[in-house]
Design a protein around this ligand. Sequence first.
Ligand code: SF4
Ligand code: SF4
Length: 357
Amino acid sequence: MSIKINLLFLKKLKIFGSEQISSCFNCDNCTAVCALSTDKASFPRKVIRLAQLGAEKELNSAIEPWLCTYCGECSATCPRQAYPGEFMMSLRRYIISKYDITGLSSLFYRLPILQNLMALIVFSLSLWVFLGYKGNFEGIASSLEMLFPAFISLIIVAYLVKMYKNTIWDRFKKLYLSFSPSVIKETLIQILKQMSFISCGKVDLWRGGSHLLVVTGYLTTLFISIFHILSPLGKQYVWTSPEGILVFYATFAVLAGGLSMVARRMVKGVPSSMFSKSSDWLFVGMLVLVAGSTLTTYLANILSGPTDPLVEILFKLNLALEMAWIFIVVPFTKWIHIFLRPFAIYLHQTIIQKEPK
Ligand code: SF4
Ligand code: SF4
């Protein structure tokens, strides 16, 4: 196999966050400490070496960055402060920019202000249109709530197809998916390990707890949206109704998890929270705003009823924030990792099964 070398690649990778990896002198300490490293897989040094050579084709099809949990053990032991954990994170951002068919992801990493500006424009325009609309806003809201999951599903499928093409199709030149019980079982074990952040042997409760809250809260929000459970203009809610419990859990979990992530990034106490890109701040900031506005709308409905004009204004504000969130933030930030990571784990297990030992 011939590798096309590009010695300027590390410079390019800096846009995605890896500033210090050029100090790496290949001592292999990171591989020795990483729990994911095996006799056959030099993890994470293999991908560091590929990046140093600028082997873009191989990196575009690499699965290793998705297996890394960013526990930060490698960064803590690196004698050159090359921060290999952050390097893996930047590779995930780089790969996302390659998988994104719109090209916007790459543009946003190059010009972070543009993503913030576009989010602000989409929010302001939507709010202006919504506030000016004097008809039945309930109907518009329910159409948008059907559009959001459909749009997100399309985006996710586009990313997964690209990941499949780069990792399986380009490698084996044929369609291949494994449904063997051993592959499914190992995939589930690895996903659970990743979710609990225990693959490096040390449990980071703060990080694991924040992620668990955000993921479960967000999945509950998707459930609420897909089944049109939240309808603050057409229905009077009470504190203890089943929808109330769902909405309270979803917003509380996202708010608590999101604020905890913000605090973690501000404290910068561990390698995984030391470096933040503009898109990371936009992601958590918008997450907190969307959850906060949903909760406020719901509380206003409970306290003053669905016909109060304030409830309609709050609901319009909430939907305008969701427009910016769904169209400008979700497809181009680490939100998409929620779906890419489990699929990458499955593809990794499939490759292990298919390739000769
Ligand atoms: S520990 Fe640091 S210097 Fe050593 S191989 Fe890993 S990244 Fe490079
Ligand atoms: S951050 Fe943790 S899982 Fe990722 S390469 Fe470093 S030691 Fe391994």
